[in-house]
Design a protein around this ligand. Structure first.
Ligand SMILES: C[S@@+](CC[C@H](N)C(=O)[O-])C[C@H]1O[C@@H](n2cnc3c(N)ncnc32)[C@H](O)[C@@H]1O
Length: 415
């Protein structure tokens, strides 16, 4: 089997997006590590600024072009082990006249940055290194004191079957070449039984092209984590877990409805335990996407309701659409669709929740956010103006907002 650098040299990954400008402007292509778009997820305490110093570690083929084009005021330094990926990126940088990206062949383990970057992005890389914790520590060292890291590692829930197949292909000495790719595809499509967990992953995977097959099924160095194991990965690296990028499949609130569950029993779980609990139902996660910070004060931010003060600001999340409108005459709260998750429906709002969300969303449509105490005023005004005879109190409001945060319906920030 080839070593990891050779593999990504022979099979550059991910599949190159040949016209990135079009992908961004016409197809709505977004990389979730784009802190410009999701500012309060990364830096909830900071005023927005668009000129970040950014390190992309293990950048692959698309990220330098995407961020170079989307974030022209960022100063970007990107590295990768794969010479061919770098050569491809360099060509594209010239073609797109991108001037704010510097790219080099380098191993993360050979870097020695200290507190230099506002944002460190490493998605789909750490789990391919021999010593993931050592690799992550290098990235944390490179991050400035008030900076953030955007990390993605494989999650073992959806990938359970992948490792069975990797093992089988290793026993059979299947090589990383054209024949090996065809052999793997045929094996997964026709030989393993329909109920094998690998089948679900294979069918869910959008990139079953050559490099994608190699990357998943014939990868020599690849581990996946349960949510609980993320805690071990992060410990002693100098960083703290701030939060998941997307809470939908990390808290049970978004997926468990229509069943009597005592959610209070789950309140003592930390975010990683809550995710493990949730994923044990749905096995939906093939990756964990999370944000790390270097200050302990940001650890598990917003997970504890005690952090939701009246001065905190609220905004509706991205990638949502209304499926059922708030209905004042019937006193129905409405319902949302998660656009990023194959039109998964959110739990239906009760009437009060629907009113709260519609006020938050109206503000968010103007790219603004609303302070919780102001939101409380607005909810009570709304009730009065529409003769609803309802009163909203601050503790109830905080509880509803916290639940909505767990459902990825709203985001919080301090600024
Ligand atoms: C699965 S790809 C992900 C690429 C990119 N981050 C993305 O999300 O599109 C992993 C990339 O990490 C690179 N890589 C793996 N280990 C590395 C290391 N120790 N130092 C630098 N790059 C590494 C590989 O060469 C490959 O291009």
């Amino acid at each position: 089997m080839k070593k990891i650098a050779e593999q990504y040299n022979d099979y550059i990954y991910p599949k190159p997006i040949t016209n990135m400008q079009k992908a961004i402007s016409e197809d709505g292509y977004v990389d979730i590590s784009n802190a410009d778009l999701f500012w309060e997820k990364f830096y909830p305490e900071k005023e927005y600024k668009n000129s970040l110093n950014v390190f992309i570690a293990g950048c692959g083929t698309n990220q330098p072009i995407y961020f170079g084009l989307s974030n022209p005021n960022w100063n970007i330094y990107a590295i990768d082990l794969s010479e061919n990926s770098i050569a491809y990126v360099k060509e594209k940088l010239i073609e797109n006249n991108i001037k704010n990206v510097q790219i080099e062949k380098q191993n993360i383990l050979d870097t020695n940055f200290k507190n230099e970057f506002d944002l460190v992005i490493s998605t789909g890389v750490i789990h391919h290194t021999k010593e993931p914790k050592k690799t992550l520590t290098k990235l944390v060292d490179a991050t400035s004191g008030d900076g953030a890291l955007s990390i993605m590692v494989y999650a073992n829930y959806l990938r359970r079957g992948v490792y069975d197949l990797q093992k089988i292909f290793r026993h059979l000495k299947i090589e990383q070449n054209k024949e090996g790719i065809e052999f793997a595809k045929n094996y997964i499509e026709n030989i393993i039984p329909k109920y094998h967990e690998a089948k679900r992953y294979y069918l869910a995977q959008k990139d079953n092209y050559d490099s994608g097959i190699i990357d998943t099924w014939l990868n020599p160095q690849d581990i996946a984590y349960s949510a609980l194991e993320i805690s071990d990965l992060i410990s002693d690296t100098g960083a703290y877990f701030q939060g998941w990028f997307d809470n939908v499949f990390c808290y049970p609130n978004a997926i468990l409805y229509g069943v009597e569950v005592n959610f209070k029993l789950l309140d003592d779980l930390n975010p990683l335990e809550a995710t493990d609990f949730t994923q044990s139902h749905i096995l939906q996660a093939g990756k964990h996407e999370f944000i790390l910070r270097k200050k302990k004060e940001f650890e598990n931010l917003w997970h504890n309701i005690s952090n939701i003060k009246e001065t905190i600001k609220v905004k509706s999340s991205s990638f949502l659409s209304v499926s059922k409108e708030l209905d004042l005459s019937q006193k129905l709260g409405g319902q949302l669709i998660y656009l990023k998750h194959n039109s998964l429906l959110s739990a239906p709002f009760n009437f009060k929740e629907g009113i709260i969300w519609s006020i938050v969303d109206e503000v968010s449509q103007k790219s603004e956010s609303i302070v919780i105490h102001k939101l409380l005023e607005k909810c009570n005004e709304f009730s009065k103006n529409n003769n609803l005879g309802m009163t909203f109190d601050i503790n109830e409001l905080k509880q509803i907002l916290h639940k909505m945060w767990k459902q990825e319906i709203i985001t919080f920030s301090m600024k």
